[in-house]
Design a binder for this molecule. Structure first.
Ligand SMILES: *[C@@H]1O[C@H](CO)[C@@H](O)[C@H](O)[C@H]1NC(C)=O
Ligand SMILES: *[C@@H]1O[C@H](CO)[C@@H](O)[C@H](O)[C@H]1NC(C)=O
Ligand SMILES: *[C@@H]1O[C@H](CO)[C@@H](O)[C@H](O)[C@H]1NC(C)=O
Ligand SMILES: *[C@@H]1O[C@H](CO)[C@@H](O)[C@H](O)[C@H]1NC(C)=O
Ligand SMILES: *[C@@H]1O[C@H](CO)[C@@H](O)[C@H](O)[C@H]1NC(C)=O
Ligand SMILES: *[C@@H]1O[C@H](CO)[C@@H](O)[C@H](O)[C@H]1NC(C)=O
Ligand SMILES: *[C@@H]1O[C@H](CO)[C@@H](O)[C@H](O)[C@H]1NC(C)=O
Ligand SMILES: *[C@@H]1O[C@H](CO)[C@@H](O)[C@H](O)[C@H]1NC(C)=O
Ligand SMILES: *[C@@H]1O[C@H](CO)[C@@H](O)[C@H](O)[C@H]1NC(C)=O
Ligand SMILES: *[C@@H]1O[C@H](CO)[C@@H](O)[C@H](O)[C@H]1NC(C)=O
Length: 497
């Protein structure tokens, strides 16, 4: 497919940002040792997280969040939706107890009415719009309707033919709910709430969607997805999905409703059927997502228009049912330790920084010694690591074993590559750690006190056959996933041919 640079130039110059985009975090509570609200808020403050979404309107959390400056979206849980959608006074009571009682000390900015109702709770679909209206009229009665928006998070699985985005449309059977809902969002100045999971789109595409494309990694231009109607290039699944939602709304003649992504993320651990739920991929996805959102580039269809996004999620939820990945979407463990340290050095003030805590690349204990030796040889050869510090008599010669030497070589390579995603893998025998492996006079790259010069970085160099080569065919796990993209896969294949 031909590349039309002209169009890229055109899209860049159209609109400029007029509002700030932000990154927030979802706080799920299915943990066996859920931290106390004051501990949760201490973590949010330490990580400078300024926007959160709760899945309910927990009194303890709202009290703990009061006077912190942290903005909070509260939710009407699906279990309460039927009651609220059927009774104006139930809705009014809910608002007075859970919102009016806490505002403005707790800066409630939105009410999420249910969660993925159209796909997860279809029998409540008929009352959804009434629920939105009842909640809104209660806010209006308290004169809070301008400060607090009302909407309902949708799953992207209701968007059909999502690639190319310009052909996307909503499942037509849902129009009787969606049209009045979009009317409501438009007339109240609210936004469409969307949960976007490139992880599931990738998993269910049977290899059609490249992993790099889901992870916001650069693609060669001949691999970029081009929308044949608009000739717009898509470099990541996230943008394509946001644009698909804009087009699907436009198809119903709604062209000015903004989008807020209420959930997006990547699991850091999975079972044997989920080989791409890894620490490295989760870190890459979330780091790139944060950078992308804060950069205010918008999407190809609406450049410069903020798409604020809430990461799914703050904590790993160990008591969630389902596959291993379901329990491992978190940025932090219950004790507040980061599951991984985001690659965000330099990009400032959100979430765990690289800079606050050094990271190192080490050989994994228990790795196959032959694989370690091969990786060590590669690092000291094609990987261009200066391995002279490990020669006899040099500071890192002792202990003279393959795991110690491989660790030194891996860590040096990792830092030479600017700690870029995928550069601490070495076919799975390496892992990122926060404990400094330096010993005696053997000081490791990245160790505090001697920072290596990153100027040698050659980002295009391959990190051996790292995770990028995992193109194994993924079996679909129907029913196991909450977010199933049923249609669109066929069109993806056309787009990537
Ligand atoms: C992140 O890094 C910046 C710059 O080094 C620093 O000012 C900020 O306090 C760090 N944030 C956290 C949460 O450590
Ligand atoms: C609450 O959040 C809104 C939206 O970010 C902001 O405009 C407002 O100033 C905040 N209010 C307080 C009291 O911090
Ligand atoms: C619902 O109740 C509010 C007061 O909370 C009232 O202003 C509004 O008119 C009522 N709406 C309907 C549809 O009954
Ligand atoms: C479209 O929506 C209808 C109504 O909820 C549902 O029954 C149907 O399964 C949906 N179609 C697909 C392909 O998801
Ligand atoms: C959208 O607007 C066009 C032109 O006004 C009209 O022909 C079309 O029926 C509308 N579509 C919907 C779904 O309302
Ligand atoms: C932000 O986006 C612009 C334009 O797309 C790009 O040139 C720049 O490198 C990006 N900055 C970051 C920090 O990603
Ligand atoms: C680095 O992280 C470790 C474990 O997560 C923690 O114990 C330590 O206090 C952190 N150090 C700094 C300087 O933040
Ligand atoms: C690091 O790189 C800079 C810029 O290339 C160079 O001026 C400086 O001397 C280097 N420092 C070390 C310790 O190599
Ligand atoms: C980066 O590495 C690639 C492959 O090893 C090589 O072809 C290229 O010349 C290198 N670029 C630089 C600037 O060193
Ligand atoms: C990558 O894997 C291929 C096939 O398994 C092999 O031929 C090649 O040598 C490997 N490259 C490296 C750098 O290990």
């Amino acid at each position: 497919m031909a590349v039309f640079i002209l169009l890229l130039l055109l899209t860049v110059s159209v609109v400029t940002a007029d509002e700030d985009s932000f990154v927030g975090v979802n706080i799920g509570t299915d943990l066996s040792d859920m931290p106390h609200p004051t501990q949760v808020v201490a973590l949010l403050k330490a990580q400078q997280i300024r926007h959160v979404r709760l899945y309910n309107a927990d009194q303890g959390m709202l009290v703990a969040l009061s006077n912190t400056g942290i903005r909070v979206m509260v939710s009407v849980p699906n279990e309460q939706l039927l009651g609220i959608g059927q009774s104006n006074s139930t809705a009014a009571n809910w608002v007075s107890r859970n919102v009016v009682a806490h505002y403005p000390a707790s800066n409630i900015t939105a009410i999420c009415v249910g969660s993925e109702v159209l796909t997860g709770l279809p029998n409540a679909a008929t009352v959804l719009v009434n629920a939105l209206k009842f909640i809104h009229s209660a806010l209006l009665a308290s004169n809070l309707d301008r400060q607090i928006k009302v909407s309902s998070p949708l799953s992207t699985s209701i968007i059909f033919d999502s690639f190319p985005p310009s052909q996307a449309f909503f499942n037509r059977s849902l129009n009787p709910v969606l049209v009045p809902m979009l009317n409501f969002l438009q007339s109240t100045g609210s936004y469409l709430m969307l949960n976007i999971y490139p992880y599931y789109d990738y998993m269910q595409s049977n290899g059609v969607i490249p992993l790099d494309y889901a992870l916001f990694k650069p693609l060669p231009s001949n691999k970029e997805a081009v929308d044949a109607n608009t000739l717009v290039h898509y470099s990541n699944v996230f943008d394509a999905m946001v644009d698909a939602a804009y087009f699907a709304m436009a198809f119903l003649n709604f062209t000015n409703i903004p989008i807020v992504v209420t959930e997006s993320g990547w699991p850091s651990k999975g079972d044997s059927n989920e080989p791409d739920a890894t620490l490295d991929n989760a870190n890459t996805y979330n780091s790139n997502l944060i950078r992308h959102v804060l950069n205010k580039t918008g999407t190809p269809k609406r450049p410069g228009i903020a798409v604020s996004t809430y990461i799914y999620e703050l904590y790993n939820e160990d008591t969630k049912p389902g596959p291993v990945s379901e329990k491992n979407w978190g940025l932090f463990n219950a004790n507040g330790e980061p599951v991984y340290v985001l690659h965000l050095a330099g990009s400032g003030s959100v979430l765990a920084n690289d800079t606050s805590n050094q990271t190192y690349c080490t050989a994994k204990e228990g790795s196959d010694p032959k694989m370690l030796q091969a990786a060590l040889d590669w690092a000291c050869g094609a990987g261009k690591v200066d391995c002279s510090a490990m020669s006899q008599g040099a500071p890192c010669y002792e202990p003279d074993n393959v795991i110690a030497h491989a660790t030194y070589a891996f860590d040096t390579y990792y830092h030479q590559m600017g700690k870029a995603p995928g550069t601490c893998d070495f076919n799975g025998v390496a892992a990122v750690t926060t404990s400094d492996p330096s010993h005696g006079s053997c000081v490791f790259p990245g160790s505090l006190g001697r920072s290596i010069n990153g100027t040698l970085s050659n980002i295009t160099a391959p990190s051996m056959n790292s995770t990028v080569s995992d193109s194994a065919v993924h079996k679909l796990h129907h029913g196991a996933f909450a977010h199933v993209m049923l249609v669109g896969v066929v069109l993806w294949s056309i787009a990537f041919l």
